[in-house]
Design a protein. Structure first.
Ligand code: NAI
Ligand code: MG
Length: 361
């Protein structure tokens, strides 16, 4: 332990990014750092000005040694990308996807837990607590494809979906392990009835893996279209959903509705055992429609911070953040307009800090 009473330093690289990114990250970081103190951990933040502004100014959203820079840290907190002067694909392919790929963050974890006092168009959500595990490196987001006959009547475009046994096995092992830990069923979400090659491989590899290594974990297959209905009709029947990159992206946005909207949905990008920093980020984007207004909900970012703390040996801080959020969401003066409140971003973030400070002796 050092003189300040802290046992360890947690180095966070903060990439605020575009749009509401700087507002939500700026408001959330002090709250996350305060929570880490419960685990006797001191947070040290490096602010990185990566994103759309930097791309417009210098031609690149990140420096060439970006991966080396972030590897000097324990974790990355990312706000959002999506600059109004850039097309969305440029924003995403210049920062979010390269980071995920270069650090080989093959797990995208998106918990979906319904909180009391948060309104949702879906009624009777009590007890809803599942998690989407999304394969994060390939599938429909492989980047392979092209266009020919540009602009002509015979123009053709392709995006090639890649599904490899190696990637399926490692994400499958993670998802089964998580289901075992949570004491829940694993549901594999595919579309093998139509996509007979790639998704058939998913069904085979995950089915075999379960039988060989996780016979104790209840397992089922579901088609993605039926799953969309079931998430709304019977969300309590779900435990761990294992999805491809595309299906996990879509279903977790749908899941955000069960949590009170995109302002409440958190995620983590991880390479378990890989010795690289994970990327922790809200599910939402840069929300250009509300950027600069000071009304963006910081709770998705703070919940992502809770995931960050839990993955980095700060379980007390993580739990404190989650409990404090559960306690603030019913109160209008402590929450932003998207979930029915009247507070601005900073007030909502500080309300979480006040809540857990009051709850901690
Ligand atoms: P979006 O998530 O930015 O916004 C969708 C809707 O949700 C908007 O009405 C927005 O105001 C609202 N919203 C989002 N976050 C909120 C928050 N914290 N508090 C209150 N309301 C919130 O998605 P959209 O509009 O499709 O994309 C905008 C840009 O973000 C695009 O450039 C897109 O490519 C990018 N994007 C980036 C992501 C990332 O950084 N990982 C993920 C998704 C989109
Ligand atoms: Mg998405």
């Amino acid at each position: 332990m050092n003189a300040s009473g802290h046992e360890r330093t947690l180095r966070i690289a903060a990439i605020a990014g575009d749009g509401i990114g700087p507002e939500i990250v700026g408001a959330s970081l002090p709250v996350i750092a305060a929570a880490a103190r419960l685990d006797r951990v001191r947070v040290e933040v490096t602010e990185l000005d990566w994103g759309g502004e930097r791309l417009l100014r210098t031609g690149a959203a990140m420096p060439e040694d970006a991966t080396a820079v972030v590897r000097e840290h324990d974790a990355i907190l990312l706000g959002a990308v999506g600059h109004p002067q850039l097309t969305p694909d440029v924003s995403v392919w210049s920062l979010v996807l390269p980071l995920r790929k270069e650090l080989d963050l093959y797990v995208n974890l998106r918990p979906i837990r319904a909180l009391e006092n948060v309104d949702s168009p879906v009624v009777d959500l009590a007890g809803t607590d599942f998690v989407v595990v999304r394969e994060n490196t390939e599938g429909e987001y492989s980047g392979i494809g092209g266009r020919v006959h540009s602009g002509g009547a015979h123009e053709v475009a392709t995006d090639v979906a890649v599904h490899s046994r190696r990637a399926l096995t490692r994400i499958g092992r993670y998802a089964f392990g998580l289901a075992r830990e949570r004491g829940q069923r694993l549901t594999l979400v595919t579309k093998s009835n139509v996509s007979r090659h790639g998704y058939a491989l998913w069904d085979e590899v995950i089915g075999e893996l379960g039988a060989a290594e996780f016979p104790d974990v209840p397992f089922e297959l579901a088609f993605v279209d039926a799953m969309a209905t079931r998430m709304i009709e019977r969300p309590r029947s779900l435990g761990v959903l294992l999805c491809s990159n595309l299906f996990g992206d879509i279903l977790s946005d749908l899941g955000a509705v069960l949590q009170g909207g995109l302002g409440m949905a958190a995620s983590a990008n991880l390479c378990p055992g890989g010795g690289v920093p994970g990327v922790f980020e809200p599910v939402h984007g840069s929300a250009p429609d509300i950027a600069g207004k000071g009304i963006a909900n910081p709770l998705a970012t703070i919940l992502s911070g809770a995931l960050l703390l839990r993955e980095n040996g700060c379980p007390l801080g993580a739990a404190a953040l989650e409990e404090a959020i559960s306690a603030t969401v019913g109160r209008a003066e402590a929450t932003t307009p998207d979930i029915g409140g009247t507070a601005d971003t900073v007030t909502a973030a500080n309300a979480v800090m006040d809540e857990f400070e009051a709850a901690t002796p």
